[in-house]
Ligand binder design. Structure first.
Ligand code: UD1
Ligand code: PEP
Length: 435
């Protein structure tokens, strides 16, 4: 288990380039299985989850040609379908959440998909019903074997387009069902589809490959099935969660940072939420400039009542940034209620912030009230463990703003989604040592 040792209180200054988006990469990489022709992907982040998925594709017989540090050409012309039944596949696929999206493409192209119960963050219940209900609607049969940690199987002699209303707007569920439907017979309509930028990017890529998907960016997707898909090139968006994390980091550490090439129109409501917390942001072309701010004040609602920041399916605020918002509120002037509606175990990390000196009331598993310290006292460094990827980065931000030294254990969680975070932050003035 690796750790970070952080010397707090350093102000950062300079430019930082966001990595390619983790959650987009996981969808896009699975989609290379949909064609035997070459697919070239650019801006691939070097992070644990993505590297593990690439490794899985390699094991499945997909040929990889590394064109540069962040570009790879994939050729899925000889896929070893039997590998899906192997112990090695079971073990490796169980290590990350994104592997679940191998199912849709495998089902579409090879009529069969297998996946162990997927990993990912332990942040509450993470059900997969939406995925399998969707596959069943398309005509697949589904079975679950509870032995050895769990194994899901889907099979279909023939997939047929149909209308479906998803039971929830699941991000990976929509991607999975969409990828299964692109080569189904006839037309599929997916209502209550998730429409995050990750999915918009996936749809755009599939359409470039020859798919016929309408309604991209909305919650109603119409997919006219085609016989086959072709090769393409695709460039990943900058990671909006990393961009939000850097905005939070700048505010907490009173640093002046420019985040380069953010594709601002794709960030949706994210910049506005940070502005409501009192953080100044300036759009300079496609860069976001955050000036060093001594203090920031949380806005109240127009009627004077306390601000709530809650997650919601896109175009609502992403749940993946709520932990970051929570940590930066600890040093704001004012009070905010953080309401994590989607996940029930994602706020428990506040006990570490409380130990560092923050004023937070955990109302219940979904809600925490943060009473900002307005810099009257600095947080103090402690030893802590990263429980999940976003809480991990929030604790890193807290430690960087704190008095003294902190140790964060279990940083593998952070490495799942943030590329060389210590190296990149040290380059602009942080003091983080990987132990
Ligand atoms: C690999 C990947 O892409 N992971 C992301 C993906 O996970 P993932 O696709 O696994 O998450 P889902 O969108 O399926 O659902 C997340 C949670 O929200 C709940 N839910 C979802 C939709 C809804 O309308 N109502 C509702 O309550 C679900 O029950 C579940 O507990 O989307 C999540 C929600 O944005 C993000 O946190 C994850 O980072
Ligand atoms: C929860 C997340 O990831 P995963 O779905 O891979 O666990 C995340 O990216 O914040």
């Amino acid at each position: 288990m690796a750790s970070f040792k952080i010397t707090g209180g350093r102000r950062l200054q300079g430019e930082i380039i966001p990595q390619g988006a983790k959650n987009e990469a996981l969808q896009i990489l699975c989609a290379v299985l949909l064609t035997k022709e070459p697919v070239t992907i650019h801006n691939i982040p070097h992070i644990r989850d993505v590297n593990q998925l690439i490794d899985l594709l390699d094991d499945l017989g997909v040929r990889l040609t590394r064109l540069s540090d962040s570009s790879i050409r994939f050729e899925a012309d000889q896929v070893a379908i039997d590998h899906l039944e192997s112990d090695s596949f079971r073990q490796k696929a169980a290590a990350l959440r994104g592997s679940v999206m191998l199912l849709g493409p495998m089902l579409a192209r090879f009529r069969k998909g297998r996946i162990p119960r997927p990993g990912g963050d332990k942040i509450g219940r993470r059900r997969l019903d939406t995925h399998f209900l969707g596959f069943e609607k398309l005509g697949a049969t589904f079975s679950y074997d509870g032995e050895d940690g769990g194994f899901y199987r889907v099979d279909a002699a023939n997939l047929k387009g149909t209308y479906m209303l998803l039971d929830e707007a699941s991000v990976t569920g929509t991607a999975n069902v969409l990828m299964a439907a692109v080569m189904a017979e006839g037309t599929t309509t997916i209502y209550n589809a998730a429409c995050e930028p990750y999915l918009q990017q996936l749809c755009a890529m599939l359409n470039r490959m020859g798919a016929k998907i309408g309604g991209v960016g909305s919650n109603l997707l119409t997919i006219e099935g085609v016989e086959e898909l072709h090769g393409t090139e695709h460039t990943m968006l900058p990671d909006m969660i990393e961009i939000g994390s850097f905005i939070g980091l700048a505010a907490m550490t009173q640093s002046e940072i420019t985040i380069k090439n953010c594709q601002i129109p794709m960030l949706g409501i994210i910049p506005d939420v940070f502005k409501r917390l009192g953080i100044q942001l300036e759009f300079r072309g496609d860069d976001i400039f955050i000036p060093a701010q001594e203090r920031y004040s949380i806005e109240n609602y127009l009627d004077g009542s306390t601000l709530t920041v809650a997650d919601a399916p896109w175009p609502g605020f992403t749940p993946d940034l709520l932990s970051i918002v929570l940590v930066i509120a600890t040093q704001a002037q004012g009070t905010v209620l953080i309401h994590q509606k989607m996940f029930e175990s994602r706020l428990f990390f506040v006990d570490k912030l409380i130990e560092m000196g923050a004023q937070i009331i955990l109302c219940d598993p979904h809600r925490a009230t943060v009473i900002g310290l307005n810099r009257s006292t600095q947080l103090r460094g402690i030893r802590m463990t990263s429980p999940d990827i976003r809480a991990g980065v929030s604790l890193l931000i807290a430690a960087m703003s704190a008095r003294g030294t902190s140790i964060i254990d279990n940083i593998e969680q952070i490495d799942r989604g943030y590329q060389n975070i210590d190296g990149r932050l040290n380059a602009i003035g942080a003091e983080i040592i990987r132990l």
